[in-house]
Design a binder for this molecule. Structure first.
Ligand SMILES: *Cc1c(COP(=O)(O)O)cnc(C)c1O
Ligand SMILES: [Zn+2]
Length: 408
């Protein structure tokens, strides 16, 4: 760990680590449920100290961490594969296309990274119980890490969350409270819950270490790419915390002198859940009314980290796109069939976006492009089966097999 201060992303005021827990106390007064969070905190490190100690030949990433390693759990999170996907690239007219497969985390999504760091913080603070609202993955990640840490996870999810994600949370031993309402309702209620009952709140962006935890995926990409900044990273976006975390990784690395350029970040949202997209393209914020997308992990009406996410895309020189459910399912099939990577719909939205952009001037053929695959396809098998019909069964004979060929 390196020393850091929390800086408010709204007013710029700095706080010592143990002076604050969630939002900037000055700005939090302007926050009310129904709008994106204000006063989200960001950890600002002593970059000069990191610069002196960090060695590319033998990188000590703990220098970029906001929690001491002694509080880490012996539970492997991250270290996921980063590899080229040439056949998919040919399909999408990209000569240098890569995948960072974070679906291969222990609970099957990138959310494990945020949960890991927040639970380390719970250990440091001596909090026995960690609470979160979630569309599904943050909850299954928190439940998994809490199980390994011997802490209680309390989870508020919309009752419509995919079954596999609910099964995960229950098996990991979390206290699961399905809400008759949306993710946004669960978010509001979980803030009320910890305000009244205590425990550590892990809500995305509300706890600043969710951004720091997600940052680790960007640092890993940098190391796996031999300390060369990729040109472009496509990021599936709901609340905008992954986007902010990936940006923070490269911003921190730049501040510490490891790189001198940032990747262009592409915000990918579902067409009906596009509050951040709208904010980036128009400069005007408004909630997404009635998000309804197959990509449940990016289905959100009031993205908690909208302000920071918009700034990240703009400062990186990136842009934003939306995709339809049909395009997402097509992207899911393409990624599986051309790269051998089975991703859940939210993660597949990146492939859909790239396909949509293949003739645009926003990307160049030779650039190194990275698809951030945030969640595993087995998280939502029902969604995947909407994209492919199950073949009919046949008699267990050669004639049976041949009868299939005869079908139209
Ligand atoms: C949470 C999640 C996202 C979106 O992350 P935000 O920080 O909410 O923008 C994308 N894909 C998957 C699989 C997720 O679980
Ligand atoms: Zn502030």
């Amino acid at each position: 760990m390196t020393k850091f201060l929390y800086q408010c992303s709204t007013c710029g005021k700095s706080y010592r680590r143990d002076e604050v827990r969630y939002l900037c106390p000055a700005c939090a007064k302007q926050y009310r449920p129904g709008i994106p969070l204000v006063g989200v905190l960001s950890a600002r490190f002593d970059y000069g100290a990191i610069r002196k100690k960090f060695k590319k030949a033998n990188p000590d990433w703990a220098l970029f961490s906001a929690v001491e390693k002694k509080y880490y759990l012996a539970y492997p999170v991250g270290g996921t594969p980063f590899h080229p996907v040439a056949a998919l690239g040919r399909e999408l007219r990209c000569e240098n296309l890569w995948v960072k497969n974070d679906g291969l985390n222990p609970s099957g999504s990138l959310k494990d990274r945020a949960s890991f760091l927040v639970v380390a913080e719970a250990v440091r603070l001596g909090e026995k119980c960690v609470v979160t609202a979630s569309t599904g993955n943050a909850a299954s990640a928190l439940a998994a890490v809490c199980a390994a840490a011997g802490r209680q996870a309390i989870i508020l999810v919309p009752e419509t969350a995919p079954k596999a994600k609910l099964a995960q949370m229950l098996l990991y031993g979390a206290r699961v409270i399905p809400i008759k309402g949306t993710y946004d309702d669960a978010f509001r209620l979980s803030l009320e819950y910890t305000a009244r009952r205590g425990g550590l709140n892990r809500n995305t962006a509300y706890h600043p270490l969710t951004i720091e935890g997600k940052k680790s995926v960007g640092l890993e990409i940098l190391q796996q790419n031999k300390f060369k900044t990729p040109d472009v990273i496509l990021v599936p976006t709901g609340d905008g915390v992954i986007l902010s975390g990936v940006f923070k990784a490269f911003q921190d690395a730049k501040a510490a002198g490891l790189i001198n350029k940032l990747p262009r970040l592409v915000c990918v949202q579902a067409e009906t859940s596009a509050a951040i997209h709208h904010y980036i393209t128009s400069g005007i914020y408004r909630n997404a009314d009635r998000p309804h997308t197959i990509a449940d992990s990016i289905s959100v009406s009031i993205p908690s980290n909208a302000h920071m996410a918009r700034a990240a895309v703009r400062e990186s020189g990136g842009f934003s796109v939306t995709v339809t459910d049909e395009e997402i399912l097509d992207g899911q099939r393409l990624l599986a069939a051309k790269a051998g990577v089975f991703a859940e719909p939210a993660a597949s939205a990146t492939v859909a976006a790239l396909k949509k952009l293949r003739n645009s001037r926003l990307l160049e053929r030779r650039e190194q492009i990275v698809l951030l695959i945030t969640g595993h396809g087995l998280k939502d098998v029902d969604a995947a089966l909407k994209g492919v019909p199950l073949p009919v069964s046949v008699e267990p004979t050669m004639e049976g097999i041949d009868s299939l060929a005869a079908r139209p």
